[in-house]
Design a protein around this ligand. Structure first.
Ligand SMILES: C[S@@+](CC[C@H](N)C(=O)[O-])C[C@H]1O[C@@H](n2cnc3c(N)ncnc32)[C@H](O)[C@@H]1O
Length: 350
């Protein structure tokens, strides 16, 4: 055996462990408001930060030390102070924007807490059903995706489909399948006040939140339905169907896609957003790919297998996604050139 290789790999394992622990510490920073309290970029002692946040000083002191060791905070040894650089605050204390990364910090502990159940699934088959995922996971998905829907969907992303936008501007109908807590449907309802927007999702908790948010926002052209696509009538048809971060989660992807196709108007378009992954493992041998394989095992694959689905997984990749869309009957599948670090996009027609 090559001793250097053993040493290098041991270092690698510690680096990965450090990453997992840093995410755990970031979870604390997000939930307790520590990142927000540091957002002004000013240097502060741990004691002053504890006072500012009303948190227990000894915990805050240890957290500051750990986050500084991880490189998330800057530490000045001479004064004993800590500060959050503006560039880090841009990602850590920017809730509601499309650059906020806090969703990841909620996702990590929420998913890893299910590890013992996943061991059981590895041995006995089946999986962890959607209802077993906690409220943090629901919030994590919203924080990871919601900002982009609010800031980019109707403007930048749908600019790729000018004919659909024109129809929705005049009147038209759009459906969001697997709408979750409804951020994308709300973004459409705001951007196209003359269009009728419907969101559908089998998760009752998500639909409850979506309905409350839509009512709070006073969006009268928007409705939500708890259920799957089969609960949506085929007539009148839709000009646009969104399937966002959902296709790989489906228990019956081909049947759901065929049911979507049956509800599209002749010129209608299915807009698909999937996690950005390559078709080969080697394409995904990077931090985003490893993150997605983790999401896949701890959520996407297992919740599909739990429902008798194929468990397509978070890294299903463009070739498999395209093939599925074609098998479901779509004559034309166009990869869209929308810039995104985390997602890839397709338009399916015909
Ligand atoms: C990762 S979440 C994405 C939610 C939302 N589209 C977003 O991008 O934030 C996947 C969603 O698919 C929904 N889902 C799973 N199976 C479904 C089905 N057969 N029909 C519709 N939605 C489904 C889940 O309930 C969940 O809300």
């Amino acid at each position: 055996m090559d001793k250097d290789r053993i040493k290098d790999f041991a270092e690698r394992v510690y680096r990965d462990m450090a990453g997992a622990m840093a995410i755990g510490m970031a979870y604390l920073g997000e939930k307790t408001g520590l990142f927000r309290a540091l957002a002004d970029g000013a240097a502060v002692s741990a004691a002053a930060l504890a006072e500012r946040t009303g948190l227990v000083p000894r915990y805050v002191e240890e957290w500051c030390a750990g986050m500084a060791a991880a490189g998330w905070l800057e530490h000045d040894e001479a004064t004993g102070s800590f500060r959050l650089p503006a560039e880090h605050a841009f990602l850590l204390a920017s809730e509601g924007t499309d650059h906020f990364m806090g969703g990841l910090f909620l996702a990590g502990p929420s998913l890893l807490a299910l590890a013992p159940r996943l061991v059981q699934a590895f041995r006995e088959g089946g999986g962890i059903p959607p209802e077993a995922f906690d409220a943090d996971w629901l919030l994590a998905v919203d924080l990871m995706n919601g900002g982009a829907y609010r800031e980019r969907l109707a403007s930048y992303w749908l600019a790729q489909l000018p004919e659909v936008r024109a129809r929705l501007e005049a009147s038209g109908r759009a459906l969001d399948v697997g709408c979750g807590v409804g951020e994308a449907a709300m973004a459409l309802a705001r951007a196209f006040p003359r269009a009728a927007i419907l969101g559908v999702d089998p998760d009752g908790r998500a639909i409850g939140r979506a309905r409350a948010a839509a009512t709070g926002a006073g969006l009268a052209n928007l409705a939500f339905l708890e259920g799957t696509i089969e609960a949506v009538p085929c007539e009148p048809p839709f000009d646009l169907v969104l399937l966002l971060d959902c296709l790989h989660d489906l228990a019956a992807p081909e049947a759901t896609l065929a049911a979507i196709r049956a509800r599209l108007a002749p010129e209608g378009v299915l807009f698909v957003m999937e996690p950005r992954a390559g078709d080969r493992i080697a394409d995904n041998a990077n931090p985003l790919g490893v993150t997605y394989y983790g999401f896949s095992l701890f959520h996407c694959t297992t919740q599909s297998l739990a429902r008798g689905g194929p468990g397509l997984g978070t890294c299903a990749g463009p070739a498999r996604i395209t093939e599925l869309l074609r098998r479901a009957g779509f004559a034309e599948v166009e990869p869209l050139t929308i810039k995104s670090f985390t997602n890839m996009f397709f338009a399916a027609r015909g």
